[in-house]
Design a protein around this ligand. Structure first.
Ligand SMILES: Cc1cc2nc3c(=O)[nH]c(=O)nc-3n(C[C@H](O)[C@H](O)[C@H](O)COP(=O)(O)O)c2cc1C
Length: 146
């Protein structure tokens, strides 16, 4: 497979003052571009021994504190962050021939912010979050439905 990349040039003179402001501009471009789930990002975590794992999560907010996603603290990623706070994020904006890579540490946001987000979720998603333990084996569909 071979792709002829066409994208707007990145000129130093046009860069935003801060990386977060630059991210905001590019995120707006990605949303405006209209491709599905521009807020999908690949989160990489690692065990205490440094064995990495990656998965997609959804960006639900960002500000000067960092990038916010929601997950189950008991999931593999949750447990890995518990023992090794260093993580990496990657936004794969292929239709724009762009990616953003973020390196840093992960920390829990406050309980109030988490609860506020939970209340905005559709009922089915709330039930799903309650019913399923992430990263564990589901023994049967019936177990999930009961
Ligand atoms: C498009 C897409 C978006 C996803 N968004 C989330 C998310 O926001 N939070 C989450 O916990 N899992 C999300 N998932 C599921 C994760 O990719 C992953 O399968 C799950 O969280 C278990 O990961 P872990 O076992 O590595 O902890 C998403 C999956 C896809 C395909």
């Amino acid at each position: 497979m071979r792709e002829q990349y066409r994208s707007t040039p990145l000129l130093e003179a046009e860069l935003a003052i801060t990386p977060m402001d630059q991210f905001a501009r590019w995120f707006e471009d990605a949303v405006a571009c209209g491709f599905p789930e521009p807020n999908a990002m690949v989160l990489s975590t690692a065990t205490a021994e440094g064995r990495p794992s990656s998965r997609t999560v959804l960006l639900k907010g960002y500000d000067e504190r960092g990038f916010v996603f929601f997950t189950n603290y008991r999931s593999r990623k949750g447990r890995e962050i518990g023992s090794n706070r260093f993580v990496s994020l990657l936004f794969p904006w292929h239709p724009l021939a762009r990616q953003v890579i973020v390196g840093g540490t992960a920390a829990r946001i406050g309980r109030a912010e988490t609860a506020a987000y939970f209340r905005t979720r559709p009922h089915g998603s709330q039930l799903g979050a309650w019913a399923s333990d992430q990263s564990t084996q589901v023994h049967s569909r019936e177990v999930l439905l009961s």
